[in-house]
Structure formats: structure tokens, C-alpha cells
Design a protein around this ligand. Structure first.
Ligand SMILES: Cc1cc2nc3c(=O)[nH]c(=O)nc-3n(C[C@H](O)[C@H](O)[C@H](O)COP(=O)(O)O)c2cc1C
Length: 196
């Protein structure tokens, strides 16, 4: 499988080189390829094999509705101090930003069982998301995992036909990277200990 550029990347290389992508090229990955990548999510580890993950590719019509809501959210953030024209500009910038994400996937999990079981299912679905991000990256596709307010509003579940028994863990903004941000991490040695 071709990685970013031409060469094949090892799993370790994929893990280390993957970055969250905020700016995408206009060209959209093919639907078939997105589905192939998402399908790797189901191979995540999962206690009691509840298979709690659900994947929803957001179509263009619903994306526009969400972008309008995103516009409102951005305006709500500045409404106290921005004048009317500034609010319009901020809103338009928000709308354009949302629409610039070539493909958007909502990843949710089915909330069932007690608190601990739900926590484990949430964790498993986060593992599924990382599987997806890594396979995508190995194919030259970048993602941003977003947990912004729009992903947490009940109306978003309703709009996307996602059951209210499910909780959206994030949107995956997906496409070909236009820009790859620099990596930022502490040294592992600062975060590591051994006990006797
Ligand atoms: C659970 C989770 C939620 C995230 N939500 C957001 C978000 O709402 N907005 C955002 O810009 N990045 C979000 N990110 C991406 C992080 O900002 C990103 O992983 C971090 O900056 C490290 O960059 P890297 O992924 O390139 O290593 C999220 C990541 C995780 C794991």
C-alpha cells in the first residue's frame, strides 16, 4: 500500500508520522476508499465483543445543514462584543471552514450497560478511530478528529439519523492533506517510570 508519497511505511512509521490535518486539498478521496479505511475500525480490541462502533458518512445535503449550524455556533461565540458586520464575517468564515472538509464521518458508539461497560465501549471505539486514522494515513489520507460542540448536540444525532442510544465520539474531517503540521510531543523519558 502506498503511504504518504510513494514509499510504503511500517506500522511504526505510520504511528509516528501521522498528524492531525486541518487544511485539505479540494480533491475528495473516493467513497469506496473511505469505506475501505473505515472498515479497519472494526478490528479494534473490544472487551466482551460488544462491537459498539458505528460509522456515518455525512452526505453533502446534511453537511450543508451542519455548516449552517456551525456558522451559528461561531457567531454565538462572538455575539457579545462583535458588531453586526463582524458577526457576519465570523459566521461566513465558520461556514466556509466547515465546508472545506472534503469528507466528514461521524463515529458513534452504542451506549448500553452500566457506566463501566459504557466506558469500555467508548475506549474501544476510540481505538477504532485510531485504527482508521492510521490506515488512512498509510494511504495518504489525513484526518482531524473533532469533538467540537456540533458533534455533541442532540440535534446532530437527529439530523444524521443516529439513534439517541448512540453517542457521537467525534467527527473525522477527512481528505488529502494540503499542509502537514509539525509534530509536538514531550520526550518519552519525561513520561516514563519503572518500579521495582
Ligand atoms: C478525543 C480527541 C478529540 C479531539 N478533538 C479535537 C478538536 O475538537 N479540535 C481539534 O482541533 N483537534 C482535536 N483533536 C486532535 C488533537 O488536537 C491532536 O491530536 C493534537 O493536537 C496532537 O496532534 P497530532 O494528532 O498531529 O499528533 C482531538 C483528538 C482527540 C484524541
Amino acid at each position: 500500500m502506498g503511504g504518504l508519497g510513494e514509499k510504503t511505511l511500517s506500522v511504526a512509521d505510520v504511528i509516528q508520522s501521522r498528524r492531525t490535518i486541518f487544511n485539505f486539498k479540494l480533491e475528495k478521496p473516493e467513497r469506496e476508499e473511505i469505506e475501505e479505511v473505515l472498515a479497519f475500525g472494526i478490528w479494534a480490541p473490544n472487551h466482551r465483543l460488544t462491537e459498539p462502533w458505528r460509522f456515518t458518512i455525512i452526505g453533502e445535503g446534511k453537511k450543508r445543514v451542519l455548516a449552517e449550524r456551525y456558522r451559528e455556533i461561531q457567531v454565538e461565540k462572538v455575539v457579545e462584543y462583535a458588531d453586526e458586520q463582524q458577526q457576519i464575517n465570523v459566521g461566513q468564515k465558520g461556514y466556509d471552514k466547515f465546508m472545506s472538509k472534503p469528507v466528514i464521518v461521524a463515529v458513534s458508539y452504542v451506549k448500553s450497560g452500566n457506566d463501566f461497560e459504557q466506558r469500555e465501549d467508548y475506549a474501544a471505539t476510540c481505538c477504532a478511530i485510531q485504527n482508521i486514522q492510521l490506515v488512512a494515513w498509510s494511504r495518504g489520507i489525513g484526518m482531524q478528529w473533532s469533538t467540537g460542540p456540533i458533534t455533541r448536540e442532540v440535534e446532530t444525532n437527529t439530523l444524521l439519523g443516529i439513534s439517541h442510544e448512540e453517542e457521537i465520539i467525534g467527527f473525522l474531517y477527512t481528505g488529502y492533506p494540503a499542509e502537514i503540521p509539525k509534530a509536538r510531543r514531550k520526550l518519552f523519558s519525561e513520561l516514563f517510570r519503572v518500579t521495582d
